[in-house]
Design a protein around this ligand. Structure first.
Ligand code: DC
Length: 219
């Protein structure tokens, strides 16, 4: 499968920034698969669901019908006519999303949505299981990582203008907790695909990482 570039890796490893830029470089479509798990979490919290209840999580996921659309080099979605942006990036969503992502039936729902996307163009899709489970036949797979300290620093800097600014230590422990749940869940955990190119972005500029990925892609 040559029309998917899979970029997996832990939280705050720089996947979004890099994947967006790669999509522009190759005139493809950036897909943030994590945003779909966040949208299900948002809906679950709105409905007062306890996200440790996998049966309830599954029902919420199955009740959602996102409307996908293309804007510039990004594949976006609306839920019930609503675009979700800052709503998906709150500390409450961060603290609950791994439970939604660990719910097998919610993963099945997201998989169906993601599998429809290659019809829309060449995808640069970021996530945790894109190269291992969603598109295991992707010709171009990358696993992006960075040191825990650098990841916490980056996420902390992103929160600079938010009302919910946490300390670097708090950000670090939230990231570690999420990585642990994401890597130890039963279904499609975060792991490196055997045929992925591993990229450590610690101390590298965004430009360097984007270039490395574009240069490594098989045409
Ligand atoms: O990349 P992110 O932080 O927005 O991801 C949110 C959550 O969704 C995180 O717990 C990992 C999970 N996720 C996943 O399990 N599989 C994906 N393909 C993308 C995200």
């Amino acid at each position: 499968m040559n029309n998917v570039i899979a970029i997996d890796g832990p939280a705050a490893s720089g996947k979004s920034t890099v994947a967006k830029r790669v999509a522009i470089e190759i005139d493809g479509l950036y897909v943030d698969s994590g945003a779909l798990y966040r949208a299900i979490t948002w809906k679950a919290l709105q409905e007062g669901v306890d996200t440790s209840d996998f049966v309830a999580n599954a029902k919420v996921a199955q009740s959602i019908d996102p409307e996908f659309y293309v804007e510039n080099n990004v594949l976006r979605f609306r839920i019930e006519g609503q675009e979700l942006n800052a709503e998906l990036r709150t500390a409450e969503i961060n603290d609950n999303v791994s439970y939604i992502a660990a719910t097998p039936a919610a993963r099945d729902v997201v998989m169906v949505w993601l599998h429809k996307m290659p019809a829309l163009g060449t995808l640069v899709m970021e996530g945790r299981d894109i190269g291992t489970a969603v598109f295991p036949d992707a010709a171009n797979k990358f696993y992006l990582d960075a040191s825990p300290e650098e990841r916490a620093r980056r996420r902390h800097a992103e929160q600079a203008n938010s009302k919910e600014q946490q300390s670097v230590t708090e950000v670090n422990s939230s990231l570690q907790k999420r990585d642990k749940i994401d890597s130890s869940r039963k279904k499609d955990p975060l792991k490196i695909a055997d045929d992925a190119v591993k990229v450590d972005s610690t101390g590298k500029s965004i430009e360097d990482v984007v270039k490395l990925i574009c240069d490594s892609c098989k045409k």
